[in-house]
Write a protein that binds this ligand. Structure first.
Ligand code: G3H
Ligand code: 13P
Ligand code: NA
Ligand code: ZN
Length: 316
């Protein structure tokens, strides 16, 4: 069955790696995540956003995830699998996910004033912990590339707030903002120019204040250039898409960061392969024909992340 994130994070902290949190909305993504994580013997967090719930239906997603745990066992190697709500924006949606059998939820009150963030997060923790469901909170707002103030320090997590937040809410893990953002356009850089480094000084200050406490990194896709090029080669138009260099993610994974969130890279890999297949096989119209290579590419991508970036391979 599903497990919460407590034990996973404890081991990740001790072993100096990060557990992958891969978003999914459909069958093919889920199959790829499970295959990659079983084959690399990695723990995994299956992550469902509010948008994913609306797209695929919470009941179906829950049965898909349960089916996935069964599949993982049948594949001959049992790995810890958590089903997690990504970016819950209210007590109600978090409660609903707990009631639907999720093993972990995120309450994202990061846009709220500090005291309100504490209040809603505390409320979710009190509810979720009755069912042994773990809770992720967030302090600091991830920058948006369109946002003119993205370079302002006010967006980053203020390390002076983290102890009070964790103590007053009782959260099991904390997402922080150190310069990443969601999506495929993370930094404004000219071609060939290096992206600005993440704020590891903030992360280190947080680690000092919360020794041994699990930290979460959102917006951690690398925006693999090969996929962007393939998409553009076959009719796409993604200009200036850029992500977090793998080297920086490796450094984060070796720190108190115990969970690394990846969604966009999967979307890019999937879209690249579907575009390529359809462009090269204009007569095909069976979805299985073009979804299969996309799914296979996802398996490759997730294995690569587990083995070479997060260090979670072989830990389960
Ligand atoms: O945080 C964003 C995740 O990538 C989920 O995205 O809300 O489009 O499903 P979504
Ligand atoms: P990316 O858009 O970088 O994949 O981030 C995903 C994420 O943080 C989901 O919560
Ligand atoms: Na880590
Ligand atoms: Zn996120």
């Amino acid at each position: 069955g599903l497990v919460n994130t407590r034990e996973m994070f404890k081991k990740a902290m001790e072993g100096k790696y990060a557990v992958p949190a891969y978003n999914f909305n459909n069958l093919e993504q889920l199959q790829a995540i499970i295959q990659a994580c079983v084959e690399t013997k990695s723990p995994v967090i299956l992550q469902v956003s509010k948008g994913a719930r609306e797209y695929a239906n919470a009941t179906i997603l829950r049965y898909l995830a349960l089916g996935a745990t069964q599949l993982a066992e049948e594949m001959g190697h049992k790995i810890p699998i958590a089903l997690h709500l990504d970016h819950g924006d209210s007590f109600e949606i978090c409660k609903s996910c707990v009631d639907y059998g999720f093993s972990s939820v995120m309450i994202d009150g990061s846009h709220l004033p500090f005291e309100e963030n504490i209040a809603v997060t505390r409320k979710v923790v009190e509810y979720a912990h009755q069912f042994d469901v773990t809770v992720e909170g967030e302090l600091g707002v991830l920058a948006g590339i369109e946002d003119d103030v993205s370079a302002e320090h006010s967006h980053y997590t203020d390390p002076a707030q983290v102890e009070e937040f964790v103590a007053k809410t009782g959260v099991d893990s904390l997402a922080i903002s150190i310069g990443t953002s969601h999506g495929a356009y993370k930094f404004k850089v000219k071609p060939g120019e290096e992206v600005p480094p993440l704020r590891f000084d903030i992360l280190e200050e947080v680690e000092k204040r919360l020794p041994g406490f699990p930290i979460v990194l959102h917006g951690a896709s690398s925006v693999v250039p090969e996929y962007v090029e393939l998409i553009n080669k076959y009719g796409g138009k993604l200009e200036g898409a850029v992500g977090v260099p793998e080297e920086q993610l490796r450094r984060a994974a070796a720190s108190a960061v115990c969970k690394i969130n990846i969604d966009s890279d999967g979307r890019l890999a999937f879209t690249a392969k579907v575009r390529e297949y359809l462009a090269n096989n204009p007569k095909e119209f069976d979805p299985r024909k073009y979804l299969k290579p996309a799914r296979e590419e996802l398996v490759k991508l997730y294995k690569h992340k587990n083995i070479n970036v997060l260090g979670s391979a072989g830990k389960a």
